[in-house]
Design a protein around this ligand. Structure first.
Ligand SMILES: C[S@@+](CC[C@H](N)C(=O)[O-])C[C@H]1O[C@@H](n2cnc3c(N)ncnc32)[C@H](O)[C@@H]1O
Length: 246
């Protein structure tokens, strides 16, 4: 097994970003589409005229959605060169921008953003409290943060099964920290935290919690694939939190 890569560097390994984006955009076969996105959209509300920052933006599919929905500005942040290239292509001809950097180093002047989103990226970050504090600092009063992560029930332990899983194991749940994972054909580091840790980190960073969602699969998105819907109902894959700057 090769040394696991951290953060955006993982996505710059050969074939990883194309594999991830293929998976991400695979419709009913992709958990992002049937589980994470419905919860994200349900929490989002109107983005009209909002100034938005997206941490770990990937190919900026979210940016394009938000710009089409009327947000005033969109800035994607991602540390992977291949993802930054992909997001530049997605955002071509729009007012959206992307910057290549580690989100741990990101900051923006106080009150210059109304909405921070981060979809499935914060579990790559070790010091999540500092990132949340930077989000709070750049938000305008009443500004919001919505983020999703791999569900802590899944990041706790890896039973390393290849192919379609038929069972899941939860273990080492209260042992926080780095986990080496085989994922998308490569080795990556995820940081495991409990559900309570995520909520506590938000509160300590000066947010009030609006909503905690476990991204239950949305039947309407399965195109009638009853077996796949039943399979996705077995285990929560994602945790999504929505909060307001207190
Ligand atoms: C699972 S992908 C999600 C991408 C996108 N948000 C989406 O919903 O498709 C995780 C993304 O986070 C980025 N990433 C991981 N760690 C990062 C870090 N420390 N700073 C900035 N970006 C990071 C990766 O490069 C990758 O694009």
């Amino acid at each position: 097994m090769t040394t696991p890569e951290r953060g955006g560097r993982f996505y710059d390994l050969p074939r990883i970003s194309s594999r991830y984006l293929g998976h991400r955009h695979s419709g009913a076969a992709g958990p992002n589409h049937v589980m994470e996105e419905p919860a994200f959209l349900a929490e989002l509300g109107s983005v009209d005229k909002l100034r938005v920052i997206d941490l770990g933006c990937g190919d900026a599919t979210t940016g394009l959605q938000l710009l089409n929905a009327g947000c005033q500005s969109y800035l994607g942040v991602d540390s992977s060169a291949s993802m930054v290239t992909a997001s530049g292509e997605s955002l071509r001809g729009t007012a959206g921008r992307v910057v290549r950097m580690d989100m741990e180093d990101f900051s923006a002047p106080p009150g210059t953003c109304d909405l921070v989103v981060s979809r499935l990226a914060l579990h790559y970050v070790e010091d999540v409290e500092s990132v949340l504090a930077a989000c709070r600092d750049c938000l305008s009063p009443g500004g919001r943060l919505i983020f999703s992560v791999i569900h802590p029930l899944l990041s706790a332990y890896d039973s390393q099964s290849d192919g379609t899983r038929t069972s899941w194991v939860v273990d080492d749940y209260f042992s926080r920290g780095a986990r080496d994972r085989r994922w998308m054909g490569g080795n990556v580091v995820w940081f495991h935290r409990t559900v309570e840790d995520y909520v506590g980190a938000l509160l300590r960073a000066g947010f009030s919690l609006d909503s905690l969602r476990e991204c239950e699969p949305a039947e309407a998105r399965f195109g009638g694939e009853a077996e796949e819907f039943a399979r996705r109902r077995r285990v929560p894959l994602f945790l999504l939190l929505s909060a307001t700057r207190a």
